[in-house]
Ligand binder design. Structure first.
Ligand code: ZN
Ligand code: ZN
Length: 213
């Protein structure tokens, strides 16, 4: 059966530029998910899709029927619902094995690992039409930051630095991503965190002893 792959995170406009968060003073998104102000701004894209689904199904948020809807989303074929709704269904679900938010438990929890892994089939089937590379990066980044304790520090730092610019929809090339990762490994976090765009982060001057001959 051909699935519709309804796109996700397109109901709200994206910010034109990355701006400081009034609560944590970092660029909006960098405090995700601990800064509630950052989290609200990021999660709004997911919530808008979930609210639309509740509406379409005639379900009221917080009512028992929402649990049934979560179950339907999990048991559906990939592509039946927007990817944001799968993610939100996971948010609303406590892992029966480790009691963490489903998909965010420790590395040893197979149930969380399985739930996290199975959601990515959507992306590979839907890119680049029903999902842009930016939307995929946004999804990976947000999922990663919600399970940051499972990830290497450098990866988490990369996600935090990127998120404000992913939200604006700024395109990022492989080469730019690689440069930013290299600067992070070199410990240039302060310069990176004061850059005003991903392109700026990727355009930091090489340090003198790294300059090509
Ligand atoms: Zn914040
Ligand atoms: Zn778990």
């Amino acid at each position: 059966m051909v699935q519709p792959y309804p796109p996700g995170a397109r109901r709200l406009g994206r910010p034109h530029a990355a701006v400081p968060c009034p609560a944590c003073a970092e660029l909006v998104g960098r405090g995700y998910p601990t800064c509630t102000s950052c989290a609200d701004r990021v999660d709004a894209y997911w919530l808008a899709d979930w609210a639309a689904l509740l509406d379409a199904e005639g379900v009221v948020s917080g009512e028992p029927e929402e649990r049934d809807l979560v179950a339907r989303v999990f048991s559906a074929e990939p592509g039946a619902y927007p990817w944001t709704c799968t993610d939100w269904a996971m948010r609303l679900t406590v892992c029966p094995t480790c009691r963490a938010e489903l998909g965010t438990g420790d590395t040893g929890c197979l149930r969380c690992a399985g739930a996290d892994q199975s959601r990515w089939a959507w992306d590979y089937a839907a890119m680049p039409t029903s999902m842009t590379h930016n939307e995929h990066a946004l999804r990976v980044t947000v999922a990663g930051l919600r399970a940051a304790h499972r990830r290497r520090d450098n990866q988490v730092a990369y996600w935090r630095l990127s998120l404000p610019f992913l939200m604006t929809g700024e395109p990022v090339s492989q080469a730019q991503a690689q440069r930013v990762r290299t600067y992070l490994l070199a410990g240039r976090t302060e310069e990176l965190s004061t850059s005003q765009s991903f392109a700026d982060m990727a355009a930091l001057p090489d340090l003198p002893w790294r300059a090509p001959a």
